[in-house]
Design a protein around this ligand. Sequence first.
Ligand code: SAM
Ligand code: SF4
Length: 330
Amino acid sequence: YNCSMPLDRLSRNIHYLRVSLTDRCNLRCVYCMPEDQTFRPKPELMQDEELLTLIRLCAEMGFDKFRLTGGEPTVRANIVDLVRGIAQTQGVRSLSMTTNGILLNRLAKPLAEAGLQRVNISIDSLDAQKFKRLTRWGSFEDVWEGIKASEEAGLTPIKLNAVVVRGYNEEDVVDLARLTLDHAWQMRFIEMMPFGDVSEFQTTQIVSAEEMRKRISEAIAPLESVDGGKLDGEARLYRLPDSKGDLGFISSVTEPFCASCTRARLTADGRLRMCLLREYELDLLTPLRQGASTDDLKNIISTAVWNKPWGHGLAHNMIPMNRVMSEIGG
Ligand code: SAM
Ligand code: SF4
């Protein structure tokens, strides 16, 4: 097993693993889960040692870029030690986290000291009331303090994520975009994607990236494309004139970027999921618990990578039903 670059059938180099540390969350964002969401019993989730083992195997198979997500990764018990263990794993070159930021005021510094390099923080509105309506349980102040603490802790460059939902925050893209005039942040706007039980809401309330760009240009100034509109990961980058930061648009629904996708996901219950929006998964945790050998587990990883779906099927109304977003991690 010396394949340092796992290729899928379409010769995409799959080297970016997004790891969901828990399906649990301290918020209940309307675009992500119902307020009465139930979670998996803890014994079904990867324990610390199991997680570290699977990450080590993936790193040995050529994955080098890791992002911790959830649910909310910061609510996982022992998160700082876990991050330290992952950061020290051989082959882990890039380690970042996607978080709602609620707990970062307290955790940014210890996480940075443990080896976390960067954070993406979700912030859907600068208006405290709208923020609460979108997240159901969140306090805007907490997130804002979390952003400041992350910057001070050196978890930079800071990227901010906003999912845009019709009837909730489609007008707020303007004020969010303005943040980049004074801050060297990347403000990213995400088209809402449909999943499982909340798919009807998600499909009817979606706002396209094109509409977001139009709103921002009309209210502030025409956008300049960065690098000729080339993709930065999944985001198409633009800037406002004379700004310190960038704007990114993640248009998974209206302008999919599947052909250049390099990622895989490890769910909190230890399944490799090769496309966020396809149900295909291979189980690693059950074989690990049953005593599978390292070679057996690596075989499962290569099989999953080889079979990575070509792309999602939203254009043909194929919506994944087997999980909600918080179980996969976005
Ligand atoms: N709790 C963390 C957070 O909110 O950043 C990490 C997990 S969350 C599932 C990861 C990302 O997915 C967040 O940026 C969130 O806004 C986004 N997200 C959640 N539901 C979505 C949906 N239906 N469509 C598009 N993005 C979504
Ligand atoms: Fe929690 Fe993130 Fe989902 Fe919001 S988007 S409910 S913060 S997991």
